[in-house]
Write a protein that binds this ligand. Structure first.
Ligand SMILES: C[S@@+](CC[C@H](N)C(=O)[O-])C[C@H]1O[C@@H](n2cnc3c(N)ncnc32)[C@H](O)[C@@H]1O
Length: 241
């Protein structure tokens, strides 16, 4: 499926060009694909989603009996502010995607409308869970590169659509420090997706990063996943203890 002819579409633009970190999120079904997760293997485990954003992974996974905590700098905001911010950012990001449809694979989401439906569903499921989730401490305010958790607090740590993707706004040191922090709070694995920036190119310092991790005796590899929306964005970075 080829999505074209949007107002403002520019075949020569080679980057998504998001001017701010979007409060935007995916559903559990998308998380399972982009992080290659078999939930039955993580049933009795504790998972961290950092940053959670407007994703419904925490809400949906907890309903299935999986212990997941989400953290994000915005998780001290009231519900209404997050609903408004989430709706505004869905509109903002989808508009930017529609300017550069040639940078995306229109398969999982066959159309812009389907993409918007997924994003709206995630925001709705997240916001339905937020008030109780704050009380039950499954949504926690936290900001990389420092997290308010003890060493090895979580078996699996997931980080989607933040590191690398916004590397025009966060430098190499920030990315490295954040990854080391995610590793510190994990006891088994860290998974990070995608490893591309908004220009649909692999993170430019990935080789340096991998060798720094190796120097610290951290096992890290790049693994293919069965999810690809931004063209070529079909791999995750995995750190294992
Ligand atoms: C696009 S969302 C990621 C949502 C989710 N992980 C996903 O893949 O659908 C990016 C989030 O990063 C959060 N963020 C911004 N600065 C951050 C920081 N320094 N540390 C952690 N999260 C941050 C934003 O508040 C936003 O909710």
């Amino acid at each position: 499926m080829k999505v074209t002819s949007y107002e403002g579409a520019n075949q020569h633009q080679n980057s998504l060009q998001l001017k701010r970190v979007a409060f935007y999120g995916r559903t559990l079904s998308e998380y399972l694909k982009m992080f290659d997760i078999n939930l039955s293997l993580w049933k009795d485990c504790k998972i961290l989603d950092c940053p959670g954003g407007a994703s419904s992974f925490v809400a949906e996974a907890n309903k299935l009996g999986i212990h997941v905590i989400g953290c994000d700098p915005l998780f001290d905001n009231d519900l209404e502010s997050l609903v408004q911010r989430g709706k505004a950012d869905i509109k903002y990001v989808i508009e930017r995607v529609s300017y550069v449809p040639h940078l995306f694979k229109w398969e999982f989401y066959p159309t812009i409308t389907a993409l918007k439906e997924y994003r709206t569903l995630a925001l709705q499921r997240f916001t339905e869970d937020y008030t109780n989730g704050i009380i039950q401490k499954r949504y926690i305010k936290a900001e990389l590169p420092k997290l308010p958790f003890k060493d090895k607090s979580f078996d699996l740590v997931l980080s989607g659509h933040f590191l690398f993707l916004y590397s025009d706004k966060f430098d190499y040191s920030f990315n490295l420090d954040s990854i080391l922090e995610l590793y510190r709070v994990s006891s088994k694995e860290v998974r990070i997706f995608p490893i591309q920036g908004q220009n649909a190119q692999p993170y430019e310092h990935i080789e340096t990063l991998l060798s720094e991790l190796e120097n610290k005796d951290i096992t890290a590899d790049i693994i293919p996943v069965s999810f690809e929306f931004q063209l070529g964005s079909n791999q995750m970075l995995r750190l294992i203890r």
